[in-house]
Design a protein around this ligand. Structure first.
Ligand code: CA
Length: 263
């Protein structure tokens, strides 16, 4: 199944284009969780300054290619902190994708991005591919790096060639984690322009969602089959479902910075 067929264009070739990346050292996943809060993040917002049902000010809506029935609204009845969050009524189908994104220009943040957000959702991740976060990668022709799920567990996906992290083999999926429903989850990740990636769920590193620069079967071997040096420039949160899979999600306390922010 491809997740990139919406525009009718076939995914680019993913044939290996050189030696797998083995140079960076896998040192980032050992960092200690710092204190809670914004912790010096370049962007940090919990929707408390929102005044209407449609996001404004620090947040904007993103419908990248087409707009359907997916909605994003400020919710004053559910919150991780304070009294507000953003609610996503996510619907299946490409044109129903809806995301919110900081209006602040974060393109100058640097080559290493850390993000922390809280997400609460209603329906377990489906077998089909879905995403709840997307980052534009200027080093990948502006295509998205996507965090979501497949085979009922969390995964990263590259829009450009449909590479997944972990590989969607049973052994790979077993190295990921489900995203618990009906509770606030703290999701953290780190994307390093040298080609490294780490992911934490509620403070615990997820082995299958780690690119450490050393190709590992079932985890990042496929991911590293093509050179990957991401230059991310934004973060969008919401819902993308490429085949089947509705969900209702809430996001709160979103922070983006150059060092780990913590839960
Ligand atoms: Ca809030």
């Amino acid at each position: 199944m491809t997740c990139t067929a919406a525009g009718g264009n076939p995914p680019p070739s993913s044939s290996p284009s050189g030696t797998p990346n083995t140079s960076p050292s896998p040192s980032t996943s050992t960092s200690q969780p710092p204190a809670t809060g914004c912790n010096g993040a370049a962007f940090c917002d919990g929707f408390e300054s929102q005044t209407g049902s449609t996001v404004s000010g620090a947040w904007g809506l993103s419908y990248r290619d087409c707009q359907g029935t997916g909605t994003a609204t400020v919710d004053t009845t559910v919150a991780h902190s304070g009294s507000k969050s953003v609610r996503i009524d996510g619907k299946a189908g490409y044109c129903n994708h809806v995301l919110v994104k900081p209006t602040k220009d974060l393109s100058g943040l640097g080559s290493v991005w850390y993000a922390r957000f809280y997400v609460r959702h209603s329906t377990a991740l489906p077998a089909a591919h879905v995403a709840f976060a997307a980052l534009r990668d200027n080093a990948d022709a502006g295509k998205d790096l996507r965090l979501g799920g497949q085979n009922s567990a969390l995964q990263w996906n590259r829009e450009s060639n449909d590479a997944t992290l972990p590989a969607q083999s049973p052994a790979g999926v077993a190295q990921s984690r489900p995203l618990p429903t009906n509770t606030w989850n703290c999701v953290e990740f780190m994307v390093d322009g040298r080609g490294l990636l780490s992911t934490w769920l509620n403070g615990a590193a997820i082995p299958g969602l780690t690119v450490d620069g050393v190709p590992t079967p079932d985890i990042d071997q496929q991911w590293l089959a093509t050179t990957w040096r991401p230059q991310v420039t934004d973060l969008r949160l919401g819902w993308e479902s490429y085949g089947v899979g509705d969900d209702t999600l809430w996001f709160d306390d979103v922070a983006i910075g150059a060092s780990r922010i913590g839960c």
